[in-house]
Design a protein around this ligand. Structure first.
Ligand SMILES: [Zn+2]
Length: 455
């Protein structure tokens, strides 16, 4: 399928101002968009499409961009969200011990498949992925057909030992070297692979997980490879206290002083920010992955109105467990409203833009993806609007309607790099049921080990 025409839909290009083209069409040839406009103005006889997709009753949108994922997080789904206790209890008591002790290298691919299928079936076409054993996860994005920036998460301490009330870390040099070598191998094996669909970054886990000397080595490696950085910081309870105890600096100040902020850097979570931190991120052009539907489960939320006001580029990241970005768009709008009482700060269109062009900008991919424009990659989704939830439809408010009322399950077709990955709500590239079965059996083994003797 090289030449494809999608026609008769409500075309929402997300290319600038809020705009919808009624009876809209998109055509692409060999993975690049060649036409965006009215169906009736398109010369189909000249284009000679191999495939025509009728998008009647559907919105045609650019694919969503998820700027922070852990594919392997499927194995902690629903066992961390409701753990009782102070903020972050699910993370410290369940998620990290389980991932460190019980999820083996050979489990990665199958858990990764579950998350990756969820992502693509709900409209995500690009992910920014990190965790350890990334060599096992790169084949997931290859086999599914996602666009992905992958990075080995380099850590220098046993994450299962971290306690929010203990401002210390035991550095483990061997662990660091293992991750550092894996990051080099990942770059050599995967950078630019699959027609450029897979690229790499360097991901020191964060200043709470890697010593300052280790962070500098990661910075230098990224510079040598000419790739960006992907880093958790100001992320969890106790991290700032650890930084102050160890370095007499907050996480953002340390990152700045180590030369680890800038336009090529995406900061993850960035919850525990003060006004100076926000100013530093804005001045350095550091990008922000806002995990809006994830961090509230842990009991906290970043100071988003101040982040937006400072002009920082913000995108949406899912982290793990739930990866339907439509939930993240709604959380990004609603939670600050509750916290501030200000209803006008963000609209449905703003949230949709954050999930598309915002993500592309934060990954430095804004010339290739994030909007439907001639010359860009054909990462395109169709969203069914014939269900009662989106009706009646007022065109002037179509983005607001989609963001408040559509769900990932309304996404019917997904093209990535011009390839049809999801058709009529079903995976085209892998056997969904076989993947789910294998992941289920591995999850049961992992949970059996993790919860032995625990009621
Ligand atoms: Zn994360």
């Amino acid at each position: 399928m090289k030449r494809v025409l999608i026609k008769n839909g409500w075309l929402i290009p997300m290319a600038g101002a809020e705009e919808v083209v009624v009876d809209g069409a998109v055509a692409f040839d060999n993975g690049r968009i060649t036409y965006v406009g009215k169906s009736r103005d398109f010369d189909a006889a000249k284009f000679k499409p191999d495939t025509v997709v009728d998008a009647r009753g559907k919105a045609i949108l650019p694919g969503l961009v998820n700027t922070h994922t852990h594919l392997v997080g499927a194995y902690i789904k629903a066992i961390t969200e409701d753990v009782r206790g102070p903020a972050g209890s699910g993370l410290f008591k369940r998620a990290l011990p389980l991932q460190v002790r019980h999820v083996k290298r050979e489990d990665m691919y199958w858990g990764g498949m579950v998350h990756a299928m969820e992502m693509v079936m709900t409209g995500t076409t690009t992910i920014n992925e990190t965790w350890w054993h990334q060599k096992e996860l790169a084949p997931v994005v290859r086999d599914i057909g996602l666009r992905a920036v992958i990075s080995e998460m380099v850590v220098e301490t046993d994450l299962s030992e971290i306690r929010p009330d203990v401002p210390e870390r035991r550095w483990n040099r061997g662990l660091f070297e293992q991750g550092y070598e894996a990051a080099i191998e990942l770059y050599e094996e995967w950078e630019g692979k699959e027609n450029g669909r897979i690229t790499t970054r360097i991901a020191p886990g964060g200043p709470g997980y890697v010593s300052d000397a280790g962070l500098v080595r990661c910075r230098d490696l990224a510079e040598k490879q000419g790739v960006g950085l992907h880093i958790h910081f100001a992320e969890i309870p106790g991290e700032t206290e650890f930084m102050l105890h160890r370095y007499s600096k907050r996480p953002v100040a340390l990152m700045r002083d180590l030369g680890m902020l800038g336009q090529h850097v995406i900061g993850i979570h960035c919850v525990f920010l003060d006004d100076d931190d926000i100013q530093i991120m804005a001045e350095t052009g550091t990008k922000f992955s806002h995990t809006a539907f994830h961090v509230p489960k842990r009991g906290y939320f970043p100071p988003m109105p101040k982040v937006y006001k400072a002009g920082i580029d913000v995108s949406l990241g899912s982290d793990w467990c739930s990866n339907d970005l439509w939930n993240f768009m709604r959380a990004a709008i609603l939670i600050p409203r509750v916290l501030t009482g200000d209803v006008g700060a963000m609209s449905g269109y703003d949230a949709l833009r954050m999930a598309t062009m915002g993500g592309a900008r934060c990954l430095g991919l804004e010339k290739e993806i994030g909007s439907l424009e001639i010359g860009k990659k054909a990462d395109i989704i169709l969203v069914d609007m014939t269900r009662p939830s989106c009706n009646p439809i007022r065109l002037e408010n179509i983005c607001t309607n989609l963001v408040y009322n559509a769900n990932g399950s309304d996404v019917t077709h997904v093209f990535v790099d011009g390839r049809l990955v999801v058709e009529d709500r079903e995976m085209k590239t892998v056997d969904r049921h076989a993947m789910l079965r294998e992941a289920q059996s591995r999850a049961e083994r992992i949970w059996g080990e993790a919860f032995k003797g625990v009621s």
